[in-house]
Every structure is written in C-alpha cells, then in structure tokens.
Design a protein around this ligand. Structure first.
Ligand code: SAM
Length: 390
C-alpha cells in the first residue's frame, strides 16, 4: 500500500471508531476485508489510528474542526490534524490519486486552542486531573498523548534479567534495564513480533509495563504465605508474583473468561497458580491482591479510546465497585495479613479516596504504604496502597 492508501485506510477505521466501534474490532474488521495489506501496512494503519485517538481533540482542531463531540467528528479531519501535528507533508499524502484521500485544505480554527483541547483531556475530567496530580497534571496529560514504551518482564524464575536481555539481543531485539523494577527491560527500537520469538515461547519474558512490575515488587509477601489475586484477569500480577514467591497463589476473577489465557501463561512461565471460583472457600489468606477494575486512566496511551468513552456515571459506578471489592478483600484476609489495593488509574477518587473511606469504616486496618507512578516515570500510571489487618 502507498503511504496515502494507508492514511485512507486509517480514516475509514477511525470513522468506525468515531461512530462507536471499538478500535481493536474496527482494525480487525478492516484487516479481514483487506487481504492485500501486508504486516507493515497493518502496523502503519494501526499506528495512524492510535496516534489519532491519543490526540483526538487537538487533532480534530488542527484538522480544521471546531471543538465538538467525537461522534460528530470526521476521520479525515482528525487524521489530517494528527499528521499536521506530526509535521507530515499533507500534500504528499492527501493527493486524491489512487487510493489516497482527497486533498486537504482546511485550516485550524482561528483563536487559541482551549486548555482541555491542547491537553487532549475531556472537559469534565480536567479538574479531577489537576486535583489528583497537582503540578504534574499538565505534563502527565501531555505525556498521555504519546506512545507508551514497550517493556518486558524478565521471568527470573527461569533466567536473570541480563540473561534475558542477552538472549533477546541474539534475536535482534535491543533492550535496556528499566530503573523502576529489577525485572523490567525496556525495548529500544522496533518492538514488533516479540511474542513470536522462541524466548517468549520458553517463558523467558512477558510483556508488562514497568509500573505494573514495580507494584508487585512492593507487595510485602514473605515465603510460605498463601496469596489470593482477587481480580486476576489475564494474571499479569499473579504471574509476576509467582516469579518471586515460593508459596501458594490462587487466582479469581468475577468474569472467568478474563482468565482463559492464565493456565497457558502459567505453564509457559513455570508458575503454579490455582484458579478458584469461590475464594471464600479457601479463606483466610495471608495476603490479597485487589487489582480492581478502574477508569484505566494510567494506561490511556495503550487504550486511548477509553479516555473519550469514559463518562461521569461510569466513573461513579467503578468507584462503588472498587469499594465493594476492597471490603471483600479485607474480609478474605486473616488477622495480621496484608491487602494490596491496586489500580491503573491516575485519579484520587479511585485511589486514595477509596482507601481513606475504608480506613474510616474499619478500625482493624492500618495503612502501611502508598506508592504511585505515572508516564513521567516512563511507565503507565498506577496506584498501590498496602493495608495491614490487625
Ligand atoms: C484491572 S483488571 C485485572 C488485571 C490483572 N490483575 C492483571 O494484572 O493482568 C480488573 C479485573 O477485575 C475483574 N472484576 C470486575 N469486577 C470484579 C469483582 N467484583 N470481583 C472480582 N473481579 C472483578 C474484571 O473482570 C477484570 O478482569
């Protein structure tokens, strides 16, 4: 495909996303009906779509649209604005020749771009970001407009981080140690096809953000403890814990389908993780990880459409669920045990506020530690509170 044809394909995918389709599904559907597209074409179209979604509001503005709801935007204007923001030569891409889009001549609106447009933040969320992050808020919002780094977790159950780095180097993948975790390796340069490597099949590494690894590093587990991962999903946290904990680890999720990859991942990693349907039957636990569902605002670089789909009612419902799950985690923990409350959110209302409410309700709990990171640490945004039950 020519560069212009890739842009046109991305515009069509974006139009679907703006009309309400999930980005991954819209991309898959396009790839299915575009058998002529090779892997480089698919990667280029994907990059265009995700670059545009990370900077949706400012791109629409730069493409000549006034500030408007995403459902009213046109993919062509959004992508023209994204490319304009990247300094691309629009005349060379929007040629109207072959499969390339028609020439683009709309200028950005006159006047100053409003703050929330320039920061690519929904209006209603900007005060919460400022309240949650203080002086870091604007820099973090700007960082959320860029691509996330690709970071691996060396599976230290099988090899040291240096050995994994060396093995990857032999396969042409250059990495550098990430300062946030002793298991984290940041991929330097192109990062496609990592999961096709033999080193991956052998369980030498997993893809996992450095912040996520650092959360698990900070869990106060001691040898022999019996641990529950209450919201296990694909098992990212449970697998990271298993690499450093020789003790029983159980995994649960309200939606068992979310755990379907966990047995294969655990086998590959050489980890023993038991999936349990009713954790209460095995309670009490020495430690419970509650990696609760959240806005995902800390990982909007990886799932940028979530930023635009979040609405106040959904955030409120999530906060209620977070309270409920944390209460359950406390009930599942034995006296003297710990609860690790985790989110990939940057918002106080999902993090400190949830923990403060619980502490005000329960006199048998104390807060042992709190930690957070954000994209300015070269990681996704995460929160961790370690609670101890008396
Ligand atoms: C942030 S994700 C977990 C990510 C996972 N721990 C990892 O590191 O890969 C949150 C998970 O919580 C699950 N969940 C939602 N409501 C729940 C509930 N009431 N109890 C337990 N799990 C729940 C969701 O299905 C989702 O898989």
């Amino acid at each position: 495909m020519t560069p212009g044809a890739r842009v046109q394909a991305a515009i069509e995918v974006l139009d679907g996303v703006l009309a309400g389709a999930a980005a991954e599904q819209a991309l898959t559907r396009w790839a299915r009906r575009s058998r002529y597209a090779g892997s480089k074409d698919r990667a280029a179209v994907r990059d265009h779509v995700f670059d545009a979604l990370r900077r949706l509001r400012s791109s629409a503005w730069l493409g000549g649209l006034s500030d408007m709801d995403m459902s009213q935007m046109e993919g062509s204007a959004v992508l023209a604005g994204t490319l304009r923001g990247q300094g691309a030569d629009l005349d060379a891409l929007f040629t109207g020749q072959g499969h390339a889009p028609a020439p683009w001549d709309r200028d950005p609106p006159s006047g100053v771009m409003p703050d929330s447009v320039a920061l690519d933040c929904p209006d209603w969320l900007l005060p919460s970001f400022r309240d949650s992050l203080g002086q870091r808020a604007e820099a973090v919002l700007l960082a959320l407009r860029d691509r996330a780094p690709v970071v691996l977790r060396a599976n230290t159950q099988k090899a040291t981080r240096d050995q994994v780095a060396e093995r990857l180097a032999q396969d042409g993948v250059e990495t550098a140690p990430h300062p946030l975790s002793p298991t984290a390796l940041r991929v330097v340069g192109p990062a496609r096809g990592l999961t096709n490597l033999e080193a991956f099949a052998e369980g030498l590494f997993e893809l996992q953000d450095a912040g996520s690894q650092s959360l698990v590093d900070r869990v106060p587990v001691v040898p022999g403890q019996r641990i529950l991962d209450l919201c296990s999903g694909g098992g990212g946290k449970a697998l990271a814990l298993a690499a450093r904990h020789a003790g029983e680890i159980m995994a649960h999720d309200a939606d068992p389908r979310r755990m379907r990859d966990l047995p294969a991942r655990a086998r590959r990693a050489g980890a023993g993780i038991q999936i349990v349907e009713t954790p209460e039957r095995f309670a009490p636990f020495d430690g419970v990880i509650a990696d609760v569902p959240c806005s995902g605002s800390g990982s909007w670089r990886r799932a940028p459409e979530a930023k635009w789909r979040l609405i106040p009612e959904r955030l409120e419902a999530l906060t209620t669920l977070q309270h409920d799950i944390l209460r359950r985690a406390v009930d599942l923990t034995n006296a003297g045990g710990w609860i690790a409350y985790m989110t990939c959110s940057l918002l106080r209302s999902e993090n400190e506020a949830v923990v403060e409410t619980l502490l005000s309700e329960r006199s048998d709990l104390r807060l042992d530690a709190q930690w957070r990171c954000d994209p300015l640490d070269d990681a996704d945004g995460f929160h961790l509170s370690i609670l101890r039950k008396a």
